[in-house]
Design a protein around this ligand. Structure first.
Ligand code: F58
Length: 789
């Protein structure tokens, strides 16, 4: 402890240049972070050396998002430094929690896809598989959300305003990335001369695994100008113009997922994709070549995972590097590239499957466009029965390109994988029946149980010993005590204490008062029609109406908590946010009902907020229209932390229910097959509303302006959507959702039965560790050895 305190003080003095007397919370956080980082760096350098020594195969995880959140607590947990850190800070007169909560939440992602990438990096390090995460060092992550009059407001996020303790700038790791220009034939090869260039510069963050046994690198690229500054123009007095090249170059890594509804936005997005993909491929080729291997052994040394289609340009780019720049025959280049590449699909929603116009691709990446056409033609020639083309009707379909250029394509849950085979990739699956594999998502237990829920973790460790953290399936040993009254009492006490903590935080941070004995019913995720937050709020309205009619019917108190951001250009999703906020205002002010039902929408949902909410939740809302949620990962975090799920048979809900047991899961709604049949029915919504007076009354209340007094028309868009096209079948699933919610009320009124079911959720969720998922990718796709075995 004394040593660790000395290290913190040394960093305060020499890295921060501060005297303890004048140090701020920021200074102490940095000093603590540097002291922790020193321990990481030792392992990191050892791991990097070991990988070179073993001439090991490396996994390269290319992702346009890494939603890593805060890193300090995570690093302390994985290095098992909690006691030392808390103790040292205490001796210095500082509060550990205050310091940890000073760290900005690195929101370099939108949602599940980005968070999955972060969990995978941690598991890769835990398992000792040499790996790099490659992405973009966004200056501004996902926007900061606030509400004004119930409406979502967006402000830029500023995680890099303060110095980032975890990253190492690599001025030597730079590549010129070109765009546009012309292509000249040179024999079989071609020479591409871009007319615009930016520099990609690396910033490395070490990712430490469980018990600090191994560390991999998250390498994020930042865009810089080739020429910093135009001195001639400056001297001529053209100050703004002189700085233009820098501003333009930096735009590429300025913000996460800029609005792509405009042409300019589209171009910027494609530039981002090529920028980080090209830099990453050049970097991994440099590493490969520095070890002196034969080019043909590339697949034995390099596994490249494409996290969705955003890095799909990796296919043609790798072919270009191998064929144009290193002289391999085109067919060999394609074959080698394919043996290295694999692709994860995260969505079947047609509007989310990326397409680029031929014109844009030709203009921005002329050589790649030609290579894509050749790849397409070669695929068509080899698979005569396959009718699907990469380039069709002036569009380049990135999902098809990814499929064609990958040796394995995976879905993220069992159901999603089967749907991939029968819908979007039906034709390609017939041509390549062994290509599609399933790898059901997982979450890291270090962050999502050990660190986020210390009370439950301590109870588990007291009951079954500490080894579950690195081997989550050991949680099944809890089954034997799930009938034991003393264990259940401890389990319930941990949950209650977490709920009290959350209630206190809601009070201090948001001025909200909630009853910790109510059901904490939580829906946290991006706002999207298919996720159906509007189904949840309609049920709240119906429940409110029922309580008002009969206040003394013994209602089970409930607090409905929402969190999530809507894409800035997704107006319907923003309308849903406003409706929820409007409903909350009316319900929470109702003296007759508010002790039974409250609705809260917490602004600026992020990883840190998830860490707070999930351990304190009783009920996990996973209510997507069946067939639409590829997997979900929040659903796994809730189950692991002893929340019961109310959900549809969608994504990984199916597998969660299979494992935790149907009796410990509140199932409702249509299956994916029934959804398709129902949608084909004329006026399915009208029929559902006519058959369900509660839904009719709830919609009427919205339509009449009960929640928007003075502006009855405010929410007509939502009412008309649900009563009319209702593509996501809110109306048709409402009655069964209501029924399932009442089953929840009854179950919650039996505290022992509820706690037993909650404990069984924890005991049976071990399979959802991302360690298991990474082992699956490794045995079925990557075939990289662990250097810890
Ligand atoms: C999510 N996709 C899926 N996409 O919706 C979820 O079911 C799944 O569990 C998760 O991936 C991990 O497999 C997702 O988060 C995005 O955020 C896109 C990022 C790029 C822009 C469009 C949304």
């Amino acid at each position: 402890m004394a040593d660790f305190r000395a290290e913190i003080l040394r960093h305060l003095t020499y890295s921060l240049g501060k005297d303890p007397e004048h140090a701020t919370t920021f200074d102490w956080r940095m000093a603590l972070s540097f002291a922790v980082r020193d321990r990481i760096v030792e392992r990191w350098i050892e791991a990097t050396r070991a990988s070179y020594r073993a001439r090991a195969k490396r996994v390269y995880y290319l992702s346009i998002e890494f939603l890593i959140g805060r890193l300090l607590q995570d690093a302390i947990t994985n290095l098992r430094l909690e006691d030392q850190a808390v103790g040292a800070l205490h001796e210095l007169g500082l509060d550990f929690e205050t310091i940890v909560h000073d760290e900005p939440d690195a929101a370099l992602g939108n949602g599940g896809l980005g968070r999955l990438a972060a969990c995978f990096l941690e598991s890769l390090s835990t398992l000792g598989v040499p790996a790099y995460g490659y992405g973009i060092r966004y200056e501004h992550g996902l926007f900061r959300q606030s509400f004004a009059g119930g409406r979502q407001m967006e402000d830029p996020e500023t995680w890099l305003q303060q110095r980032n303790a975890w990253e190492f700038e690599r001025p030597e790791a730079i590549f010129d990335i070109g765009f546009g220009g012309s292509v000249a034939e040179a024999g079989k090869q071609a020479v591409w001369t871009p007319d615009e260039c930016v520099v990609a510069q690396a910033y490395d963050t070490p990712i430490i695994g469980w018990q600090g046994r191994w560390a991999n690198t998250l390498r994020l690229w930042s865009a810089k100008p080739v020429q910093i500054f135009d001195l001639d123009r400056f001297n001529r007095g053209e100050f703004v113009a002189a700085a233009e090249p820098e501003a333009l170059a930096r735009t590429i890594s300025r913000v996460l997922y800029p609005d792509d509804t405009t042409e300019v936005g589209k171009e910027l997005r494609l530039k981002q994709e090529y920028f980080f993909t090209a830099a990453s491929l050049r970097d991994l080729m440099r590493r490969f070549e520095s070890e002196g291997h034969d080019l043909r052994t590339l697949p034995a040394k390099v596994a490249i995972q494409l996290n969705d289609t955003h890095p799909a340009i990796a296919g043609p780019e790798l072919v270009r590097l191998l064929h144009d720049e290193r002289g391999l025959e085109f067919d060999d280049a394609v074959e080698i590239a394919r043996s290295c590449l694999s692709y994860t699909n995260h969505t079947l929603l047609p509007e989310a499957l990326e397409c680029w116009s031929e014109a844009l691709m030709m203009r921005l990446l002329p050589r790649h466009f030609t290579l894509i056409e050749r790849i397409d033609a070669a695929h068509a020639a080899n698979h005569l029965r396959s009718k699907v083309k990469v380039v069709e009707q002036g569009e380049i379909k990135m999902g098809v390109l990814s499929f064609v250029m990958a040796h394995k394509v995976n879905g993220v849950s069992a159901l999603h994988t089967e749907l991939m085979k029968s819908t979007v990739f039906e034709d390609l699956h017939a041509a390549h029946p062994d290509r599609i594999v399933n790898q059901t998502n997982g979450v890291t237990p270090r962050r999502w149980l050990l660190s986020a829920n210390p009370r439950l973790s301590d109870l588990i460790t007291r009951t079954i010993g500490p080894d579950w953290v690195g081997d989550l399936e050991q949680l099944s040993q809890l089954e034997s005590v799930a009938g034991d009254a003393a264990f259940l009492a401890d389990f319930a006490a941990a949950k209650r204490a977490n709920k009290v903590d959350l209630s206190n935080w809601l009070g201090s941070a948001h001025g909200l008062r909630v009853d910790p004995d109510a059901i904490f019913d939580v829906q946290i995720k991006r706002i999207h029609e298919y996720k159906r937050q509007h189904l949840n709020i309609l049920e709240a309205i119906a429940l409110w109406q029922a309580i008002r009619k009969n206040p003394d019917a013994g209602w089970t108190p409930r607090v409905k908590i929402f969190g999530g951001k809507a894409a800035p250009g997704y107006f319907f999703a923003k309308d849903i946010i406003r409706l929820i906020n409007d409903v909350a205002t009316v319900l929470n002010a109702d003296p007759v009902t508010s002790s039974y039902l409250q609705v809260l929408f917490l602004p600026n949902y992020n990883v840190t907020m998830a860490e707070r909410l999930i351990p304190a939740s009783d009920l996990s809302e996973q209510i997507s229209t069946a067939g639409k949620e590829a997997s979900g990962t929040g659903n796994m975090k809730f189950a692991l932390n002893g929340a019961l799920t109310i959900g549809t048979l969608d994504g990984a809900n199916v597998e969660i229910r299979e494992r935790v047991g149907a009796e410990n899961f509140f199932l409702f709604g249509m299956t994916a097959v029934q959804v398709d049949a129902r949608r084909a029915l004329r006026d399915h919504a009208g029929q559902a509303i006519a058959a369900e007076p509660r839904l009719f009354a709830a919609l009427e209340a919205v339509r009449l302006g009960t929640f928007s007094p003075g502006e009855p028309g405010r929410h007509h868009g939502i009412v008309e959507n649900i009563s009319g096209p209702d593509y996501f079948l809110v109306a048709s699933d409402f009655a069964d959702y209501w029924r399932a919610q009442r089953d929840v009320d009854i179950a919650f009124a039996d505290p022992e039965g509820w706690t037993r079911a909650a404990a069984l959720n924890t005991a049976r969720s071990g399979w959802f560790s991302s360690d298991r998922t990474i082992r699956g990718y490794n045995s079925d796709i990557w075939h990289a050895a662990s250097l810890l075995d």
